[in-house]
Write a protein that binds this ligand. Structure first.
Ligand code: COA
Length: 145
């Protein structure tokens, strides 16, 4: 059975750590703003196992003019479960949440390796590749909703 549920910030570390910060201290899985009331975390479960996470932050990127923006962060699916459609389900969940919160635009810093995944889901690239130190090359990507 597959279920997406609201989770606490610390639960995201179960997936953030092996997928996004492998070999790094667990403290690198704590993001600024994780525990703000406006920040939401969602987890995808297969039966009782948490295998995917995604978080959204109220954070306006000034390169976009839209007033109500949400930033996706910490999108990750455990390696053994990638490529089965779970990432798409989590992004869809965030888009539904964003619509209910009257968001105009979703944006995020996408790893270069994940840009095609987001393009398939209708997101566009803004600008050029840039480096996030210790994490790698990223594009800003966005979708008006
Ligand atoms: C990127 C990631 C979140 C995608 O989740 P997923 O569950 O593997 O993706 P899905 O199975 O839902 O894929 C949806 C579509 O995107 C494609 N896709 C998924 N990941 C892709 C990738 N890295 N490159 C190219 N296409 C990809 C799938 O083939 C599928 O295409 P289809 O609909 O034509 O069949 C996941 O692979 C992951 O956690 N990767 C490592 C961490 C990461 O890069 N996170 C994003 C940080 S910005």
């Amino acid at each position: 059975m597959i279920q997406i549920k609201s989770i606490q910030s610390t639960q995201t570390h179960i997936v953030r750590h092996p997928v996004l910060r492998p070999g790094k201290p667990i403290s690198t899985c704590i993001f600024d703003g994780d525990d703000l009331p406006s920040t939401k975390h969602f987890g995808l479960y297969t039966n009782t196992d948490l295998i995917g996470v995604i978080s959204v932050f109220e954070n306006k990127n000034l390169i976009f003019s839209e007033s109500n923006q949400l930033q996706i962060r910490g999108m990750a699916i455990l390696q053994d479960h990638q490529g089965k459609g779970y990432g798409r389900l989590l992004v869809n969940e965030i888009e539904n949440y964003a619509k209910s919160a009257n968001t105009n635009l979703i944006w995020f810093n996408a790893r270069e390796s994940a840009a095609k995944f987001y393009k398939i889901l209708g997101y566009q690239i803004s600008g050029s590749l840039f480096d996030i130190e210790g994490v790698g090359l990223h594009y800003v990507m966005y979708k008006q909703i």
